[in-house]
Write a protein that binds this ligand. Sequence first.
Ligand SMILES: NC(=O)c1ccc[n+]([C@@H]2O[C@H](COP(=O)([O-])OP(=O)(O)OC[C@H]3O[C@@H](n4cnc5c(N)ncnc54)[C@H](O)[C@@H]3O)[C@@H](O)[C@H]2O)c1
Ligand SMILES: O=C(O)C(=O)C[C@@H](O)[C@H](O)[C@H](O)COP(=O)(O)O
Ligand SMILES: [Zn+2]
Length: 353
Amino acid sequence: MTNINMKTTNDQYQIEIERGNLEKVGTLVKSVWQPRKIEVVTDDNVGPIYLSLVEDQLKQNGFQVHTVTVPHGEQSKSLTNLAQIETKMAHEHFNRSDAVIALGGGVVGDLAGFVAATYMRGIDLIQIPTSFLAQVDSSVGGKTAVDLADIKNIVGSFHQPNLVIIDPDTLNTLEVRDVVEGYGEVLKCSALVGGQFWQLITQLNSVADILEHAEDLIRYSVAFKAQVVMEDEKEAGNRQLLNLGHTIGHGVEALSNGKLRHGEAVSIGLVKMNQLFAPKDSHVVEQLIDRLGAVGLPVDSTLLDSPELIEKIKNDKKNHNGYLNIIYLKQIGEPVIKRVSIADLQRLLNEKS
Ligand SMILES: NC(=O)c1ccc[n+]([C@@H]2O[C@H](COP(=O)([O-])OP(=O)(O)OC[C@H]3O[C@@H](n4cnc5c(N)ncnc54)[C@H](O)[C@@H]3O)[C@@H](O)[C@H]2O)c1
Ligand SMILES: O=C(O)C(=O)C[C@@H](O)[C@H](O)[C@H](O)COP(=O)(O)O
Ligand SMILES: [Zn+2]
């Protein structure tokens, strides 16, 4: 069992990582919340597998449980769903003492998190991530958001949970493609950290290898993310490093009309941004392509040639007055934040494509 402690300016919470955590989810929730009404938000893949267990556990521990199931997939991170869920909660007379639980992948986590951030100007939240991506990244750190049409995470808020409950056993029911896309974020994280974390990555060459080492990968990723968030919760400085691969990644993800998963898009963005900025003699790009390619993550895309890409990039939250803080690697374990004009980035993208 691993217990990682997160402390930000106004919040403190535990990230509990243990196989079988879902079996005792009621007790874990009770350790931080008094009896109250809870809206459990899930999706139509996760709900049929895990919702009844979580619901029973919560009821046995004195909670009043309401549930809402959204369709799986990125399109559920919408203002429409936000409004529907909050309308339902209002009709159920949820008040400021009540709470939200996100049970699912990053889509459910971001959507339910934003519900909790905005309902009555903010109520309590617990994250129960069930996808690999959500367990290694999205359930931790308090970023919540929905998309507007084809613009990623453009309406959102920082809203920290009171607890994150990670049960790596839930990875057993995940599709292979979803394990691999979650690994895209793990690889991003390990490339930022280097050292032992990267050493482990150099030994993983298949989905079976990833699953065998899933607990270590979750622990390494979450411990690093927690440390970064504790030092820079609102992304004024080094939290921007966690956006490695995302400036171009979010662009191609949005342009793909749902064809690329988030972690796949990050993989493409990770390679491209380093092709543009990493020192050639560092061999960063070759190392990234080798490790991403080993598990079948995409390392290139025709979307990189789209004239629309730069328009998407302008929506990056690291864009300030026409200058973007881009992230690249000097070498594995040595990330750099560099201020680049959008015009220069556009020129470089055009030159290289
Ligand atoms: N807030 C953050 O810090 C942060 C960080 C990274 C990514 N994100 C966001 O997370 C989203 C991607 O998350 P994701 O990759 O988890 O996508 P997702 O939530 O769509 O989950 C991927 C698929 O796996 C299914 N699933 C989840 N858990 C399952 C399980 N245990 N068994 C069977 N099926 C399961 C889902 O239904 C879905 O079909 C993107 O919207 C991205 O922008 C947010
Ligand atoms: O937690 C963070 O900070 C991250 O940047 C983690 C990213 O993996 C994640 O995709 C995040 O949602 C991106 O946020 P955005 O601010 O670029 O929308
Ligand atoms: Zn991401």
